[in-house]
Design a protein around this ligand. Structure first.
Ligand code: FEO
Length: 672
């Protein structure tokens, strides 16, 4: 029986879960299974985005047939030729002989290699920026070499703003019915497996991932459809932030990965003592026995932690096999920018420290901490001080103590005078404000805006609250005229579109309530927002104070009711989880970006009295972005995988690409 889910009205997920697979790619254990995603668009033309692994071919074909409901398949878009997405192509193409294949030239070559037949007669070749129209939808193509193979491309739906990202933004783990990221507690339940997936599958290709993120950062994205894991339709910026860290080899946390290889327990004992000493110093330790934990989990945490400690016994005049395997794995995944400490053990000729160092020393930005420890069979009492020294050094780097001896500033004798340099505006985002919709009504017309300034100031009945509004905000004038208002307290599930509706447009220009499916009002006749709201208050203004740029209203609460148990949305939560993150691509022009709503003012000089045309905040709420000007570097770029090799002159005759191993002939001149 078919098993499908709708992504949008005309885009259907037709993939499947596999919970019986022991090892993904024959290497990576997947105890929670894996999903193979495929998507079918029902436009004037029908379009299938990739196929699935052979393990789930049966339900996949049933899903496609059911979704097509008798229609023919017009296009198969192939974005990646790895068999977990391509092994069912042949069956599908036999079943739908009229379907055209949409792919790039490298994919075409690989299809011939894998399938053994030339399908060029039914292929539409595309390259970067080409478009395909299927009726209501138009698509363009974004090449993504080495994310995760050289032929990979992504597809962007210009109509619905959907980005099909191939392997990128995938995760290990079966979907278990949950197709969308907001149907799981992703950052609590799934992030570890997403990290393990990224670091082990594409971790080596950070530069290529950064290049494609830069291209994708220029697109307006409503949803992301990867080939494994969840469809992202909200809070994608939070996941993107992780990708920016992982692909730039930046640690996610200041902590220690402590991995050890021990035959009879003596090396393990030293590792345990070090772990205790670190914990006593307030350092977080993630600890693994390399003989027990598969390397993919340890590689994943090596990308996560800032400091790495490897402890291993000597074995066959080298290093114990499971540690050797792990370190080669870390080196193969190109980990960079970490501090590393080593503990070796050897009963007669210790070599493990030297071998461990050799394996890792070719990696960029790896710094070895010299306070290593060399054990002879077992940790000696006299060596406890060495572990203390190592723990002290790691703790000092991870949790540096404040510099002692600096005299406290003398108490100010005179009242302090305001100077803009003395006030860091970021401090104000540390207050835990709520976020509300302020509504009022004048001459039969409704007005509303977003505020984050409501607070209770007196608890005796009638209870009193204050709100303040920006003077230039039209609703502010209307509240003054009406003498009364309602406050709808927003909840954490409030969508960004609600903030756009009430926060980023003016009641002078538009009716913010147009098209809303509700018209709920309190006894005072003023509307409120019944959705994404946990409480509503009606207030009568009793006093007004002019605050230069804002007006402060003090009001009695005359009616109040609770609407739901959902948690209130704080200003911090809005910024962390609701407001889309800024474009990760570096700004190319000098500009000012509004920290409240994201409006971009282009130009170097912003007038002092400028106010944001969307949210009405002033210049103080803008961030001045000055693009970094980097001189262009001459070099050669690999036409296969995109690797850039800085080089003024000619590449050596025997040069091969360090990533895809293609020869010098596959490079062309470039500047970056
Ligand atoms: Fe999911 Fe690179 O295949």
């Amino acid at each position: 029986m078919y098993c499908t889910r709708k992504v949008t009205e005309d885009l259907i997920w037709v993939g499947a879960d596999d919970r019986r697979l022991a090892c993904f790619e024959g290497v990576y254990g997947v105890p929670d299974g894996v999903s193979y995603n495929s998507y079918l668009l029902l436009d004037e033309k029908t379009v299938l985005f990739d196929t699935v692994d052979k393990a789930v071919y049966s339900v996949f074909l049933e899903n496609v047939a059911h979704t097509l409901n008798g229609r023919k398949l017009d296009y198969l878009v192939v974005q990646h030729m790895e068999p977990d997405h391509a092994a069912t192509q042949e069956l599908l193409l036999q079943r739908y002989p009229e379907a055209k294949i949409v792919c790039n030239a490298k994919i075409q070559t690989m299809m011939k290699q894998f399938l053994g037949v030339d399908l060029s007669a039914r292929t539409v070749l595309v390259k970067e920026g080409d478009t395909l129209n299927t009726g209501k939808h138009s698509f363009t193509f974004v090449m993504a070499p080495m994310v995760h193979w050289p032929e990979v491309m992504m597809t962007y739906d210009l109509t619905d703003k959907t980005l099909f990202t191939a392997d990128a933004f995938g995760t290990f783990g079966a979907l278990n019915g949950r197709l969308f990221n907001d149907e799981t507690d992703f950052f609590l339940e799934d992030l570890d497996e997403a990290r393990r997936y990224y670091t082990n599958i594409v971790g080596k290709y950070g530069a290529q991932v950064q290049a494609v993120l830069k291209k994708a950062g220029k697109l307006e994205i409503a949803r992301v459809c990867p080939l494994h894991g969840y469809v992202w339709r909200s809070h994608f910026g939070d996941f993107l932030e992780k990708y920016l860290l992982w692909s730039s080899y930046t640690p996610e946390e200041k902590s220690v990965l402590l991995a050890y290889a021990s035959v009879y327990g003596h090396t393990e004992n030293a590792a345990n003592i070090l772990a205790c000493k670190l914990a006593e110093r307030g350092v977080r330790v993630r600890m693994y026995d390399t003989s027990v934990t598969p390397a993919s989990y340890i590689v994943s945490d090596a990308f996560r932690c800032s400091h790495l400690v490897f402890a291993a016994t000597t074995y066959n005049a080298g290093v114990f096999v499971t540690m050797e395997q792990l370190l080669h794995d870390i080196a193969a995944h190109n980990l960079q920018n970490r501090k590393v400490a080593l503990i070796e053990n050897g009963s007669w000729a210790a070599t493990s420290g030297k071998v461990m160092k050799e394996i890792l020393s070719g990696l960029k930005g790896i710094e070895f901490i010299e306070t290593g420890v060399s054990l002879k069979s077992a940790l000696a009492e006299s060596q406890l001080a060495q572990l203390d020294a190592l723990a002290d050094l790691l703790a000092e780097e991870i949790n540096p103590k404040p510099v002692a001896g600096e005299a406290a500033p003398a108490a100010a004798a005179e009242p302090a005078v305001f100077t803009p340099e003395a006030v860091d505006n970021k401090v104000f985002s540390k207050f835990s404000y709520g976020v509300e919709v302020l509504t009022t009504r004048v001459d039969g017309k409704d007005y509303g805006c977003i505020i984050n300034t409501a607070g209770q100031v007196a608890s005796a009945d009638p209870k009193k609250i204050t709100i303040s509004c920006i003077k230039k905000n039209y609703t502010c004038d209307m509240v003054g005229k009406a003498g009364r208002f309602n406050i709808s307290i927003l909840t954490e599930d409030a969508p960004y579109s609600l903030f756009q509706r009430f926060g980023f447009q003016s009641g002078r220009d538009v009716d913010k309530f147009a098209d809303l499916p509700y018209d709920d009002r309190m006894a005072n006749g003023i509307r409120y927002v019944p959705e994404y709201t946990n409480a509503v208050l009606s207030c009568e203004i009793i006093d007004v104070k002019d605050l230069e740029t804002q007006v402060l209203y003090i009001a009695n609460v005359v009616e109040a009711k609770v609407l739901s148990k959902a948690p209130s949305c704080t200003y911090g939560y809005y910024h962390a989880h609701i407001k889309p993150k800024k474009n990760p691509a570096p700004e190319e022009k000098e500009c000012w970006v509004c920290k409240v709503c994201g409006y971009v003012y282009e130009g170097a000089d912003m007038p002092e009295d400028f106010t944001c045309p969307l949210c009405k905040h002033g210049k103080a709420d803008f961030e001045h972005i000055v693009p970094e000007v980097k001189p262009k570097v001459k070099g050669w770029v690999c036409k296969i995988c995109g690797h850039f090799e800085p080089c003024e002159g000619e590449l050596p005759a025997d040069y091969t690409c360090p990533l895809c191993k293609h020869p010098r002939e596959d490079f062309e001149r470039a500047e970056q």
